[in-house]
Design a protein around this ligand. Structure first.
Ligand code: BGC
Length: 719
């Protein structure tokens, strides 16, 4: 059993603890708040990928009514952490996907356990036990909290609650007209005299409890949403789950959760802190996988921040983990993007381009969730125009490259024929339509935003140009391969002839797209004009701020006209495409850009970790790994962009910390489909071992402190 435990409770940290102790099954997420917590503590049962817009607010994922809202009092005194708690602890059992809590009061002890089932993605279960220490009158009220916490809600314009005995069914209709159904069934298990009544659909229990007696409740909740075109069967499902009972549901859930957790786990010898941190990352990544076609939002299943949308994080920071450990989820991430092509075609048209311009903040079917205004000025409270939606064009290429790497590793021909090739083509068309060709015949991608979002509307961002070139090159390669091997299928595409005649244009683009090749100092200019910017570092900017929440980017942000960058940009490029750059070039750019990097995005550290390990700066690599893996464990992260709350789980940091160890410290790369290891173990780690997939074969590698690499084949488990 691998436990993450928090002893005591800090009210200042309440929001972060709610995030840290979140449980989820990829479809549902339930924040780690306590049962008695109301709206002010931000409790949420979030449905990943179910979106709604309230008035002209941001469209975001929907929170359902909190089914586990329980208030208890003993001898007329409410049990509350604030007033009369003697001892409190809460834990996550990381390898089992369970939340547990123990709170001791002078008069009673509360113990709870809950999980979002991996065996039934609609289901979440709670076991609540109250034990009295002396003969007492106990009153407990259980049921839905109808006052739903939302960032940009309310999302249900119509709500009904219908009670049938111990079952309460909620039906809500969102502002966009979708139905969300939730059923809650409470099973009391009380071996003492008690009375049961109802008020406003909540169950009220009153008991005369003897010393040491226990009142236990099992709560089962199920959620169905018409949004996913599924039948609304929450009521039947909750009845079924309750018949099965808490323990059996728990066993089924743990079996699946544990299997996936173990497939993803990295075992570190000789370093407890590193082990704890990577275990938490694997916990988040295991919890986030689901069978729904929804990708993984940047803030995972922890709530509505960042609109519950998926970013380039999914392709660059998450997909590599699933490719090595969970092929089903890897496929799902790719299918989500293939399915999102319609949204991307629509967006390109709206912006007057051809092909596929993928959403920066992607919602269902690739719909764009990003707005023109994403940040509020701290001084004036006014919206600041940001250009993420219009200009972060590397997203299309990130997706194309993800499809290519998925294919390289799985050889899944069907996925290429059923949309993969089409996406590659449409992304290529998009870049050609965005590019400008100068008199010398060189193509430029001007007016863009690279990964460093503090510098908007720049020309020829190295990262973006690299991604565009590789995507168009990838399409040309794939078209040739598939036209040769699957000509019959490919030639039946309605746009086959267009694809074919695009090839020569694409080749011209690949051959003549501008790239900022370095001068004698070896430094790649992040974008045209970067070298001429004011030479200010993040600490100098920080010292000049009047308000710590101030947003650093945008037109007039304090970093915009300086060399300070939000996150790895050139270094992200070098880490994601290690074979394209020599060690010497990597070293020069690492040393140059590091002092200018704020790491204002949690995506930054892992990109630097990968680079540092490659350069044998193992100590630095290790520190970046710890930073990335510790973000949601009390580490540094920004909860505010101007006046906008952006807290929640940092999924890309979790994925990035896995990458740091596996691709960085263990030095994994794939050559012709074979895994090769070139270890760079830091002195803090005695040995590393983990399982991975090579094609369909499951293998396990162990790397010891002498850099000896041992690879064994593992038994394949069948579901
Ligand atoms: C980062 C983006 C990232 C997004 C979601 C932003 O702060 O700059 O690169 O995709 O957060 O994680």
């Amino acid at each position: 059993m691998i436990e993450l435990k928090e002893q005591g409770f800090s009210f200042e940290e309440e929001k972060d603890l709610g995030t840290r102790f979140v449980i989820g099954n990829g479809h549902l997420g339930y924040r780690g708040t306590l049962e008695e917590d109301g709206k002010a503590s931000l409790p949420a049962l979030n449905v990943v990928g179910f979106y709604d817009r309230y008035q002209d607010n941001w469209r975001e994922s929907v929170n359902m009514p909190n089914p586990f809202y329980i208030k208890a009092e003993v001898n007329g005194k409410p049990l509350s952490l604030k007033d009369n708690c003697l001892d409190h602890s809460q834990s996550l059992i990381l390898d089992q996907g369970l939340f547990q809590r123990r709170s001791e009061f002078a008069s009673a002890l509360i113990q709870t356990e809950r999980f979002c089932s991996k065996a039934n993605e609609h289901l979440l279960c709670l076991k609540y036990t109250l034990r009295v220490k002396e003969p007492s009158i106990v009153n407990i009220s259980l049921g839905f909290d109808k006052d739903i916490y939302d960032i940009n809600g309310p999302h249900f314009k119509k709500t009904t609650y219908i009670r049938k005995g111990r079952l309460v069914r909620f039906l809500g209709v969102t502002n966009e007209g979708d139905e969300g159904e939730e059923a809650l069934l409470i099973q009391p298990q009380i071996r003492t005299f008690y009375s049961e009544s109802y008020q406003d659909d909540r169950m009220l229990i009153s008991a005369e409890a003897k010393e040491g007696s226990e009142l236990t409740f099992f709560l089962f909740a199920t959620v169905c949403c018409s949004f996913f075109k599924e039948p609304l069967k929450a009521e039947e499902e909750v009845e079924e789950a309750s018949k099965k009972g808490y323990e059996e549901n728990k066993e089924e859930h743990i079996k699946i959760f544990q299997k996936h957790f173990n497939s993803g786990r990295v075992v570190i010898q000789g370093n407890k802190e590193a082990q704890e941190k990577i275990d938490y990352s694997i916990y988040l990544l295991t919890s986030a996988a689901s069978s729904y076609l929804t990708s993984i939002p940047a803030r995972g299943f922890s709530g509505q921040t960042y609109k519950g949308a998926a970013f380039w994080d999914s392709e660059n920071f998450l997909l590599p983990f699933y490719l090595l450990t969970d092929p089903e989820e890897a496929k799902n991430l790719i299918l989500y993007r293939i399915n999102g092509l319609k949204g991307a075609l629509k967006k390109a048209k709206e912006f007057s381009y051809q092909g596929a311009f993928y959403a920066w903040e992607s919602q269902e079917d690739g719909k764009e969730g990003c707005s023109k205004y994403n940040v509020k000025d701290v001084k004036t409270g006014k919206w600041v125009r940001t250009y993420f939606v219009d200009k972060q064009i590397h997203i299309s290429g990130d997706i194309a490259l993800a499809i290519l790497s998925y294919y390289e590793r799985t050889k899944d021909i069907q996925i290429m024929l059923q949309g993969g090739i089409e996406v590659l083509y449409q992304v290529s068309l998009f870049y050609l339509s965005y590019a400008i060709k100068d008199k010398e015949g060189t193509y430029h991608l001007n007016d863009v935003i690279g990964p460093d979002e503090y510098h908007e509307r720049v020309d020829d961002n190295a990262f973006t140009n690299m991604v565009a070139k590789k995507s168009v090159g990838g399409f040309i390669r794939m078209f040739a391969e598939f036209d040769h091997q699957f000509h019959h299928e490919l030639s039946s595409y309605p746009d086959y002839q267009q694809m074919k005649s695009f090839i020569s244009q694409g080749e011209d683009f690949v051959a003549h797209l501008y790239f900022p090749y370095p001068g004698t100092d070896g430094i790649i200019e992040q974008f045209k004009g970067y070298f001429d910017l004011k030479d200010l570092t993040p600490s100098q900017i920080k010292a000049s701020l009047k308000d710590p929440k101030q947003y650093w980017g945008g037109k007039d942000g304090p970093a915009s006209k300086t060399k300070t960058i939000k996150q790895a940009d050139v270094i992200a490029m070098m880490s994601l495409f290690p074979f394209d750059f020599s060690l010497d070039s990597l070293k020069k750019n690492y040393d140059y850009y590091l002092p200018y990097t704020e790491h204002g995005s949690s995506l930054s550290s892992s990109m630097y970790a990968l680079a540092a390990f490659r350069l044998e700066k193992n100590e630095e690599g290790y520190n970046f790994f710890i930073k990335s893996a510790g973000v949601d464990l009390g580490g540094e992260s920004k909860s505010w962009a101007g006046k906008i709350y952006i807290g929640g789980s940092h999924m890309a940091a979790a994925g990035g910390s896995y990458l740091s160890l596996v691709y960085g410290a263990a030095g994994l790369s794939f050559i012709d489909g074979r895994a090769v290891f070139n270890p760079h173990l830091p002195k803090e780690i005695e040995s590393l071992s983990f399982s991975y997939l090579e094609g369909k074969e499951k293998k396990k590698v162990t790397i010891d402190d002498k850099k000896v690499v041992m690879i064994e084949s593992e038994e394949q488990e069948n579901d």
